[in-house]
Design a protein around this ligand. Sequence first.
Ligand SMILES: [Zn+2]
Length: 326
Amino acid sequence: MLSAEPSLASTTVAVPCGVCGSSAHAVYQPGMCEAEGARLDWVRCAQCGVVYVHPRPRLDGHARLLQSEAYLEHGFSRGLSESTYWAGRDRWLDEADRELEALEPRLGYVGRLLEYGAGGGFFAEAARRRGWQVQTIETRKTLANYAEEQFPLPVYQGNLVDAPFDEGSFDCSVAREALSLSPDPRQVVAQLYRWTRPGGHLWIREPSYFHSPWFRGLRAAQRMVPRRFLGPELTSVLRIDETHSKLPPYLLHHFHRPSLERLLVDAGWKIEAMTGSLPRPDFLFRRGHLHARERILQWGFRAIDGLIRGRLLPAAHLQVLARRPL
Ligand SMILES: [Zn+2]
């Protein structure tokens, strides 16, 4: 135990809540993450209710984690996807195209789009192909280089605060699963607000699973869950198995509706719509023959997702469309 102490002190830092700034919190899931020998808790903010990693890895350590092979091979998908980040290229492009197809009628325009945390550039490239004038920001060099090599995209590789954009120079800002990865989500939504024109939009997708009663219930019922029925894939996706739960702290925040709303409203955004969903795990939707167990789980997935979308059940994933007031 003693040997772990210097590592804990040097690799992590105690931080206040990234949504409201409060330092008051209660331990939510003890020791769920591990980074360089340090065991980290998920805690819940006493003020706004967001759950976050505490203590947090230091910024350089977290940045290294998010472009590590381990993250890009498996960590980014949290077990939901069977492909690596790179191998998923065509799939991410298709998914982004469908997402934009649904989003554009709600916006009522195709114009200048800024994506923060653009990763390998799949969403931005799908937008460019649909006629958007696109700009991306990506702090991670590995991913920014990939996006620049693969696609004809303008990529700003660097920190958010240093990016040289004029106030109000974009019609729509996008952050897809970027706030939960960011050490400072308040700074992100405030900066995107400045760069988005009055009357322009913000499109956000964030995981909410660790925050959800789904996760809490399954963690509490761990010993009673019929593992043989769930199988190793679902056990891994649901993060209810201790051996799968010692994750590196890639994600630093999981929002729920009130904390995500507070984050955006505090920065000046007006929320137009917030919807919930259940992320779709690949293994339930393979092409070809599905076993009886997979068919039952697939049916269950569709039923639960439908109830979440109808707001009859709590969300495991949140999508928000917000607007900068005129
Ligand atoms: Zn808070």
